[in-house]
Design a protein around this ligand. Structure first.
Ligand code: NAP
Length: 403
């Protein structure tokens, strides 16, 4: 058995052990990650310690903003704060998986609610949630929960709302990880009851990353917002939940700002624009007689393996400085051309997000009964593009892939 599969097995086993513990709700003073703590104990001497920083106002390039760090919520305080609560996690996609396992490992009382015997039900059992103990139908989980964390797909939130809305009774808290459903209420018809707190914690990354960073003793960046504050405690609860689900730090937003920036970003540079730019650059190289390996290396491989990690770690100016004078000169000139050319496209995109066009498209597509098959078909088309077929061969040649 490989090291990777052995450690994956160990992680799954630890998750199951943690599930049993969570189900019996022990008094525990565990770290932010039981798994990280266990691993650290085995792999001493490196011990991760949470830096002692908390809520503060920081100057972000001239604009002052409040940030919340998890050190204001030591684990004992977090567990005490939620000691009378049951987090009912509705939906078990990537966020359900990451946020649910993290909150469970943090010693909170968590139950999962999903469609019985669907894909998520199976996945939840794999992760150690136990039918009848910590895994229920959506309705039953909501009945048991005090904090209802709606992590269904955005389309499903809208489809299931008529059924679940009456179950969200006075005193419960309604939690989202996206402003989508309530902001676009004219399209989604999701209107929260007037007598519950409605809050948001939106991790800035995939649920898989939410989980991986937590297990490493690190944390995802998230935004927090309040839509409706009935108790006067909505913000505090949102921040505490943000810590519970694995955030390292959080910044303030509103439901509107969160959904606009999120839909815009993923259609833009995070996903849509990057695929479009890669393809356009690759096509021109191929049309001018460059081989697939050369075109892929000059478009994707050098970007992802060499240059983008430098931007992530040290910033754009550092990356420019790390490149040749020739590269720098040309890139500085052409950056302006790309910015000017793309500005109207980004303006059009933001407008399309803001006026709800993107929402309606998403609700229509993801609300189809065939949404999984339809998506798989489109992703297969991408996988079969020459650029990504060439990429498979290039990746296989990375020295770390050779035995
Ligand atoms: N993924 C991200 O990177 C990310 C980041 C930040 C925030 N968010 C937000 O977090 C929320 C959850 O997103 P996600 O990516 O984790 O989940 P997702 O993949 O979009 O949704 C999956 C869940 O929805 C359920 N579902 C789909 N259609 C359903 C229906 N008609 N009835 C009942 N259940 C249905 C699935 O259950 P079955 O398996 O039974 O179909 C599954 O549990 C969303 O609001 C999303 O915008 C996501």
């Amino acid at each position: 058995m490989s090291f990777a599969s052995r450690s994956a097995q160990a992680v799954r086993a630890a998750s199951r052990r943690a599930a049993t513990k969570a189900a019996t709700r022990p008094v525990q003073a565990a770290s932010y990650s039981l798994l990280a703590r266990n691993a650290a104990a085995k792999a001493a001497p490196r011990v991760a310690t949470a830096p002692s920083r908390g809520m503060k106002t920081l100057d972000f390039a001239g604009t002052k903003e409040v940030v919340y760090e998890r050190s204001d919520w030591p684990l004992a305080k977090l567990q005490d704060y939620f000691k009378n609560d049951t987090l009912a996690l509705i939906g078990y996609g990537s966020q359900g998986h990451g946020q649910g396992l993290n909150a469970r490992d943090n010693g909170l009382n968590v139950v999962v609610g999903v469609r019985e015997n669907g894909e998520s039900w199976k996945q939840a059992i794999e992760d150690g949630w136990v039918p009848g103990e910590t895994l229920f139908s959506i309705e039953e989980a909501i009945n048991r929960g005090t904090i209802i964390m709606n992590l269904l797909s955005d389309a499903a939130q809208s489809q299931t709302w008529p059924k679940i809305a009456p179950l969200i009774t006075k005193g419960k808290t309604l939690y989202f990880s996206h402003g989508f459903s309530v902001v676009y209420k004219n399209d989604t018809h999701v209107v929260p009851p007037a007598d519950v707190d409605v809050i948001l914690v939106a991790p800035k990354g995939s649920g898989r990353t939410v989980r991986t960073l937590f297990k490493e003793g690190r944390g995802i960046n998230s935004s927090v917002a309040v839509w409706q504050d009935v108790t006067g405690k909505a913000k505090e609860k949102a921040v505490a939940l943000g810590v519970a689900v694995g955030s390292g730090y959080m910044y303030d937003t509103t439901f509107e700002k969160e959904v606009y920036s999120d839909l815009y970003g993923e259609r833009g540079v995070l996903m849509g624009a990057i695929q479009g730019l890669f393809c356009a650059q690759y096509k021109v190289l191929r049309a001018n007689g460059h081989t697939p390996s050369e075109a892929f290396n000059e478009t994707v491989e050098e970007a992802t393996q060499s240059l983008y990690p430098l931007i992530g770690q040290y910033g754009m100016d550092y990356m420019y400085n790390a490149c040749s004078t020739t590269a720098r000169r040309g890139a500085l000139d052409w950056a302006k051309v790309f910015e000017e050319t793309n500005l109207p496209v980004f303006e059009k995109l933001y407008q399309s997000v803001r006026d709800g066009t993107e929402t309606r498209r998403s609700l229509e597509f993801n609300g189809r009964s065939t949404y999984r098959e339809d998506l798989a078909k489109e992703l297969k088309e991408i996988d079969e593009q020459e650029i990504w077929r060439a990429g498979k061969v290039v990746r296989s040649l990375r020295p770390d892939n050779l035995s």
